[in-house]
Design a protein around this ligand. Structure first.
Ligand SMILES: O=C[C@H](O)[C@@H](O)CC(=O)C(=O)O
Ligand SMILES: [Zn+2]
Length: 276
């Protein structure tokens, strides 16, 4: 499991583009027949991608976790960004259609991932945080989520936010997670930007055309930097950092947060006049 360390806002001024990518970008999470796992010191985040093809993939329990099973002390959020698939947990198999999600509470048996069709494999995106209590596991069907419309075409940021795991929907310890889909013709996410000092965040960009990119902006509001993101790339966002992006074409992204509160609206809005 790849390990990402904590960072200081002032570090960013000295990093080259390559160093910035090394410290914050999780490249190509979805590789056929593989599982990719990254551990970030901040909020003890684990981010991963699992793409089973002909054979099922059992989630590994990396040595860094020093645990008997992945969910021994953790909760795990899963969203399927690929074709139809399933997640087997103990003797229960959950079929997940494209864009469906599954929450696994602390103490859940190790999940086993499978694709319905190896030629169009499922792509399971994983986000996990330490959990102090065991909450029931739960499937969330994309078709049953009421989206929140945000932005406008005039500001090129028309988009819909689909919350999967959040207070009032699915009870979790830390995890808050969802999918945002940018409307055709719009390019911006999360602009005007914000920070939230009580939570860190992870963005995973998806549904990008092969030659499309998203310019992702991060850093302290008055010292922003950018990262070029492609389909299936994720990026970590420390609590002091903005997280926003503009795409060259249609895209979506999974956002997820962990930290000391779960208040989605607990954001410190950045005034556009302060952005530098
Ligand atoms: O803290 C919340 C997160 O940054 C995302 O929910 C923002 C987002 O999906 C969007 O504006 O499009
Ligand atoms: Zn945020």
């Amino acid at each position: 499991m790849h390990h990402l360390h904590d960072s200081h806002p002032a570090d960013l001024d000295r990093l080259t583009s390559a160093q910035l990518r090394e410290r914050f970008l999780l490249p190509r999470l979805f590789r056929a027949g593989e599982q990719q796992l990254h551990y970030w010191d901040v909020d003890r985040t684990v981010v991963g991608g699992v793409v089973p093809t002909a054979s099922a993939i059992t989630l590994e329990t990396p040595a860094n976790l020093a645990a008997g099973s992945f969910c021994e002390r953790r909760e795990l959020g899963i969203i399927n960004l690929g074709g139809a698939g399933s997640v087997t947990v103990g003797d229960t198999t959950h079929d997940l259609a494209p864009s469906d999600g599954l929450y696994l509470g602390r103490g859940s048996p190790t999940p086993v991932f499978a694709s319905a069709d190896a030629a169009h494999p499922a792509q399971f995106y994983l986000l996990s945080y330490p959990a102090h209590a065991s909450h029931p596991s739960q499937v969330v069907r994309f078709a049953e989520i009421a989206g929140n419309a945000l932005g406008s075409s005039a500001t090129a940021n028309e988009r819909t936010i689909y919350k999967y795991f959040a207070p009032g929907l699915v009870t979790t310890c830390q995890l808050v997670m969802g999918l945002t889909i940018i409307a055709p013709g719009s390019v911006w996410n999360t602009m005007p930007p914000h920070t939230h000092l009580r939570r860190s965040e992870v963005y995973c960009y998806c549904r990008l055309a092969p030659d499309a990119v998203v310019m992702h902006f991060m850093g302290a509001p008055t010292a922003t930097r950018h990262l070029v993101m492609r389909d299936g790339d994720a990026v970590i966002s420390p609590s002091w950092s903005i997280h926003a992006g503009a795409g060259t074409g249609a895209y979506a992204f999974v956002w997820g947060m962990g930290g000391e509160n779960q208040e989605f609206s607990d954001m410190d809005a950045v005034a556009m006049s302060d952005l530098t």
